[in-house]
Design a protein around this ligand. Structure first.
Ligand code: AMP
Length: 397
């Protein structure tokens, strides 16, 4: 896969597919701009080479064809301008491939930046539509993909569009190549002991990743809702905790495989249990063996946190994907925040999967202490699963 440094881009019109799908609060304020900051290096590289820069991204899931303001990239364009610290304005097109976008694109001067409106305002984006991809491509000379967080989707700006350019006119941006290199290097050649910390809601979403990791790691720590399927598979009473009964055999197989391969497999030994899925009810610390029939586990307990810290102590590489509990509620966030602190405090190379896990590290104030925090939740999981990402395949095709 070529990177932007391998191309001759000076003075050309460059399309950069970014991932500006940033979280916002109820008032529409951006709460975490890591994805925008992640794109700056590639954008600056182009500006410094007198390029005309066209940026495109999706934002959430608007209904195609309907231009609702709440899905606009206007606030992203403003934040981008602040972060880029450039004198010239950043122009926002009113559409994606319409009259406004095209006229603004053709009026661009060297070093200027144009942001297209939300790609998903156009139905062709999610349909990986060839005609829409051609319309996008018609505005530029060079295609750069820097949207790691969207690379697991076969969408027009990720897949079909990349295929319209030859190898001299398309490449990965700095962020994308850094993400891919980090995961590939770590998974192929980790310093040992290599520990995987896996949490989140469901085993089903991470089963492939777990199967792949068992082949590579020395220890696995399981937390979050998915731990209960493993606890039940071991014969524990788990009350009303989250469980996937159809995966009990699969969970047993994973644990047997781990044992055969000498991979240490750790489950929570205590939990925070509550009688209902609520932030505002009583809760207790209980040993994992003592969950009452009508209660549920919503976080790992303090004994588990201590155990997991010891497991992490000698790690040289840690890959973490998934919170340890319902971290969105303060009451059940302690296990996840503690895990973040403990991972950050090790001397290991630490890789935090995107999405919720990055959110936990951010809330815990540990982002700067981690070696690498991915900007893509689904995409990073696919890399751990050993799957090819459509966006990367398209760049290599
Ligand atoms: P995932 O998308 O699979 O990484 O799961 C993240 C979600 O798992 C978060 O929204 C958490 O609130 C949720 N979660 C973590 N632990 C539990 C639990 N014990 N019970 C229910 N949901 C959980």
């Amino acid at each position: 896969m070529k990177t932007i440094k391998d191309l001759d881009i000076a003075g050309k019109t460059i399309f950069i597919r970014c991932d500006f799908n940033v979280p916002k609060d109820e008032d529409g304020n951006i709460t975490d701009d890591r994805r925008i900051r992640g794109a700056l290096q590639t954008i600056r590289y182009c500006i410094d080479r007198e390029c005309k820069v066209i940026l495109a991204s999706h934002y959430e899931r608007p209904e195609a064809g309907k231009y609702e303001e709440k899905y606009s990239l206007a606030t992203v364009a403003t934040r981008l301008h602040t972060l880029l610290k450039i004198a010239s304005d950043i122009t926002l097109a009113k559409d994606v491939v319409g009259v406004d976008a095209k006229s603004k694109a053709s009026a661009l001067k060297a070093g200027e930046v144009l942001v297209l409106e939300n790609l998903r305002y156009e139905a062709g984006e999610t349909q990986n539509d060839a005609f829409f991809a051609k319309e996008l491509a018609s505005m530029v000379d060079v295609y750069i993909n820097d949207a790691f967080g969207a690379c697991h989707r076969s969408h027009a700006s990720i897949d079909a569009m990349a295929r319209l350019f030859d190898a001299e006119h398309r490449a990965a941006g700095f962020l994308l190549s850094k993400e891919v290199n980090f995961f590939e290097k770590t998974l192929q050649n980790p310093m040992r002991p290599f520990v995987a910390v896996i949490g989140g809601s469901k085993v089903s979403g991470k089963l492939e990743a777990l199967r792949n990791l068992i082949e590579k790691v020395d220890k696995v720590i399981i937390g979050g809702g998915m731990a209960f399927t493993f606890l039940k598979a071991q014969g524990y009473e788990i009350g009303n905790s989250l469980v996937e009964d159809n995966l009990l055999d699969e969970a047993r197989t994973v644990m047997i495989k781990a044992r055969k391969k000498g991979v240490k497999f750790y489950l929570p030994i205590d939990i925070v249990a509550a009688p209902e899925f609520s932030e505002h009810c009583i809760s207790k610390y209980l040993p994992s063996q003592e969950i009452p029939k009508d209660w549920m586990g919503l976080d790992i307990g303090p004994a588990s946190s201590r155990l997991f810290r010891e497991v992490l102590d000698d790690a040289q590489t840690i890959i973490w994907n998934g919170p340890m509990g319902v971290y969105e509620w303060d009451k059940y966030a302690k296990g996840s925040l503690k895990m973040s602190h403990d991972i950050a405090a090790t001397h290991a190379t630490t890789i935090v999967g995107g999405g919720d896990t990055a959110d936990v590290a951010q809330k815990a104030g540990d982002v700067d202490e981690m070696t690498f925090v991915s900007t893509g939740g689904g995409a990073s999981l696919n890399l751990i699963e050993g799957k090819a990402l459509p966006g990367i395949e398209a760049l290599k095709s």
